[in-house]
Write a protein that binds this ligand. Structure first.
Ligand SMILES: [Zn+2]
Ligand SMILES: [Zn+2]
Length: 338
């Protein structure tokens, strides 16, 4: 059974406080309670003996004299005006007052645009630092020195011992040996292990009471209850798989093969005074020239730039040039007129 308590109200005309909710007129000045009245619960709790006799509906406000009237009254007890002409009840009046007293909300400042620009700047700087090396830039330089290096590999055709998992067609003296090709994890067995698992267990209920304004001088008692949980730890058994690392064997081929292999590397270098050339070489029996590498560099103070043979040849030490540099490489060069 719902419990109902009698609330209180204050008279704004004579200042009488803690007037019982059951009274419609102020005992001090006789003024009927009106639309400005707010019901509240006093320190003492007065439970109504017969809660079934209390109308659950709020008071209505007379549109002509502002008096509060009980729900079951068809006419205003103060002036006799009809309930049908009433525009608001007690709660509707409270809501209206709340809206009128609500402070105007200031528009919230949005995320600072300065911070956004700063972030953008940092990202751009990192990006620029990353790619700027590769961005071609033009610059005027005076050549300090220039150098060339030419390297060539001398190859010899001879029989070599090799091994492989597949057999080349030209191989001879072939032998095979079973060797570990790879490893795989194979399930061996399971071991029983234990682990602690947390469970949420219902521990009881937290209860509290609130009082609901009925809008007619009375309050309804409402009991609330929320479940409370506690953590319980349980030891659980489980099976953990154990794997073993098993080698996979395959036939590996050991064989002799005739092929071109690098026998020696010859390097020559010089500066601008000497025409670039490969080292003079007399090839022996079964020898040939393999890979040839040419490198041309232009030195400006202590910086070294690589470049093409054509640009290098044209470059004069001590002369001024307008150059395009990309990734430490001079890609374009034009003499500056004296
Ligand atoms: Zn009064
Ligand atoms: Zn009235």
């Amino acid at each position: 059974m719902t419990k109902i308590l009698e609330g209180c109200w204050d008279c704004e005309y004579c200042g009488t406080k803690l007037i019982r909710g059951g009274l419609r007129n102020c005992p001090g000045c006789g003024h009927p309670r009106d639309k400005n009245v707010k019901f509240y619960l006093g320190e003492a709790r007065h439970y109504v003996e017969h809660p079934e006799d209390i109308d659950p509906n709020p008071d209505w406000i007379c549109s002509f004299c502002d008096a509060l009237n009980p729900n079951d009254a068809a006419y205003c007890e103060g002036c006799g005006a009809s309930k049908e002409d009433s525009e608001r009840n007690y709660f509707e009046q409270r809501r209206l007052e709340e809206e009128q007293n609500k402070p105007k909300e200031e528009p919230r400042p949005q995320g600072s645009p300065i911070r956004f620009l700063l972030m953008l700047g940092i990202v751009a700087a990192i990006f620029f630092a990353f790619v700027s090396r590769a961005i071609p830039r033009t610059k005027t330089i005076t050549i300090t020195d220039k150098q060339w290096t030419r390297t060539e590999e001398i190859e010899v055709y001879k029989a070599v011992e090799e091994s492989s998992w597949s057999l080349p067609a030209e191989a001879y003296n072939v032998k095979t040996r079973s060797e570990v090709y790879a490893y795989e994890n194979v399930l061996s067995h399971y071991v029983t292990r234990y682990r602690t698992v947390a469970h949420q267990v219902l521990d009881g209920y937290d209860t509290y009471t609130t009082y609901e304004d009925m809008g007619n001088g009375y309050f309804r008692e409402v009991e609330h209850s929320t479940p409370r949980y506690r953590t319980e730890y349980v030891t659980e058994e489980y099976q953990e798989p154990v794997y073993i690392r098993m080698p996979i064997y395959r036939d590996k081929y050991y064989y002799t093969l005739e092929k071109w292999i690098v026998d020696r590397t010859l390097t020559t270098s010089g500066d601008g005074d000497e025409e670039p050339h490969f080292k003079k070489v007399k090839l022996g029996e079964g020898e040939r020239i393999g890979t040839q590498i040419e490198e041309y560099t232009i030195i400006v103070n202590r910086k070294t730039y690589s470049t093409s043979f054509d640009i290098w040849q044209e470059a004069e030490v001590g002369r001024k040039y307008k150059v395009t540099i990309s990734d430490y490489k001079i890609t374009k060069m034009e003499a500056v007129k004296k």
